[in-house]
Write a protein that binds this ligand. Structure first.
Ligand code: TAP
Length: 475
């Protein structure tokens, strides 16, 4: 049992000023694995004060100092690999291989990328009539979700350090322990005291407090659209800069010349990796009418290649959902889907033999209309929808007929058609034929998927203000 009831404030682990705690549950066993503090406004105020005090010197730190801190974090992160991998399996329910190959790698990728981007980044530029300066945005408040415990936290912290912005982080209370290990790594990396602070607690107290705080200049939030909306409202009275990375209902456009097996694998990995709890997951598979039957048979055939089960067991691809609430939400969408479309496989309830743990049955619906609830709302579970199209223009219309625009996928062969579809999808990140992730590629959404971009140089720019100086004397 982890009893980690302290917050990291001004370079020290401090007891909370309140006595309330939050239990952290292992979703595979339904057992409590630890306790954190439910922080108070007083805790938050202390952290914001520390960040404000750190601002003058941290914002003026040199590029070399920031690269040095980022590289030290990479070293510390590597040294604690086993611990990070294990805790993410316990608090999130990710299979060990997913914790290592996806979560661990994504976390470290952002720190490496930030150091690399910084090495060629220019904070000052002569532009003819003026000098352009890019300066730290001020104190940043970071609010993160549970679905990628290191990735979501690392992309924000790495960019903030690169930009010289002191931060106050509130990790998701369902998965706080990976972030607490990261706090220890950051402290040991020599990052100045007060530049990184972590306050645990509920969204309603600490998250809400961050988005309203008059001494926080910028809020970077990742999570649900409904909380994103509240954050914008809370930030409005102080005209706070806000970046939001919200949900998605991303399309996978399968072209007529696609390899059916490749397309089916793509569709499955989108809902089975991280148990479908991925904001950018492709969950509307848009296939040509002529291919539909073959595609349906293939996806059902390949489903057993993603075994669901105990995340600590070898060979398991997909673990439980993160919580009972998330399980209930997914069940209610599957119930809705049963009335809206044809279910090929899956259904409500738990898979056989997995009665303990928040396991859901991978569920595939076909003959789905794009205006069905299951095709329009983010389910955040191992559920997908197959939608048929007649011609490419219809496929693109269906793909873009959503309030979201976080990601899109295209599978096929003809280069011109792939380019045409990629350039016509209204979304912030398009992946063609399962291309590898580039950590310098901006990540963020069009439409209701959010505001702003994370990752790489665009991610750093979120934490910068722009100043134009006219008549700067030559030095
Ligand atoms: P959210 O409620 O959006 O939680 C995300 C983060 O915001 C957590 O740190 C949460 O704190 C905090 N938060 C909650 N209420 C807040 C408030 N009023 N002000 C400021 N911060 C607040 O997500 P969830 O409940 O964990 O999941 C609900 C649904 O959101 C999911 O089913 C899924 O559809 C979507 N979701 C999307 C994403 C991404 S990456 N787009 C990630 C997770 C979930 P606590 O955790 O301590 O409550």
């Amino acid at each position: 049992m982890r009893q980690q009831t302290k917050h990291f404030i001004n370079g020290e682990w401090l007891e909370s000023t309140g006595s309330e705690t939050i239990d952290v549950i292992n979703p595979a066993t339904e057992e409590v694995i630890g306790t954190i503090s439910s922080g108070t406004e007083e805790d938050l105020n202390k952290a914001v004060k520390a960040a404000r005090q750190a601002f003058p010197s941290f914002s003026k730190s040199t590029k070399e100092e920031r690269i040095h801190w980022l590289e030290n974090i990479v070293e510390g992160y590597e040294a604690r690999k086993e611990e990070l991998v294990n805790i993410m399996t316990d608090e999130l329910g990710a299979p060990l291989t997913v914790s290592e190959d996806v979560h661990y790698q994504m976390g470290i990728g952002h720190f490496k990328q930030a150091a690399e981007s910084l090495s060629t980044y220019s904070f000052e530029e002569e532009r003819g009539g003026h000098t352009l300066m890019k300066e730290s945005v001020g104190v940043s408040g970071l609010i993160t979700p549970w679905n990628f415990p290191t990735n979501q936290v690392s992309t924000k912290i790495a960019s903030a350090i690169a930009a010289g912005s002191p931060v106050v982080l509130k990790p998701a209370s369902k998965t706080p322990f990976a972030a607490m290990i990261l706090a220890e790594i950051i402290a040991e990396a020599g990052v100045p005291k007060g530049a990184f602070n972590l306050v645990n607690g509920s969204g309603s107290v600490i998250g809400n407090g961050i988005s309203k705080h008059p001494d926080i200049d910028f809020v970077s939030f990742t999570g649900s659209g409904s909380v994103g909306e509240k954050i914008m409202q809370n930030a409005a009275p102080t005209i706070k800069k806000v970046a939001l990375e919200l949900g998605g209902k991303s399309p996978i456009v399968v072209l007529g010349d696609a390899d059916v097996e490749e397309a089916a694998k793509t569709a499955l990995s989108n809902i089975m990796t991280n148990t479908g709890q991925v904001c950018s997951a492709g969950t509307r598979v848009i296939v040509p009418h002529a291919m539909k039957k073959e595609f349906e048979d293939k996806i059902v055939d390949l489903l057993p290649t993603f075994p669901v089960g105990d995340p600590r067991k070898e060979g398991i691809a997909t673990g439980p959902l993160v919580s009972k609430d998330q399980w209930d939400t997914v069940q209610s969408y599957i119930e809705k889907g049963e009335n809206e479309a044809k279910m090929l496989v899956g259904g409500t309830g738990k898979p056989e033999g997995l009665e303990t743990g928040y396991y859901a049955k991978p569920t595939i619906f076909t003959d789905v209309s794009n205006d069905a609830v299951i095709a329009q709302e983010e389910i955040f579970g191992p559920v997908t929808t197959i939608i048929a199209y007649e011609d490419l223009e219809e496929a693109i219309d269906i793909a873009n007929d959503t309030v979201y625009g976080l990601a899109g996928f295209v599978v096929g062969k003809n280069p011109e058609t792939l380019q045409y579809v990629a350039s016509n999808l209204r979304a912030g990140r398009i992946t063609v034929n399962n291309a590898e992730t580039d950590f310098n590629g901006p990540f963020g959404g069009y439409k209701q998927s959010g505001i702003g971009r994370e990752w790489g140089d665009f991610g750093i720019e979120e934490y910068l203000e722009i100043k134009s100086v006219h008549g700067m004397p030559a030095s």
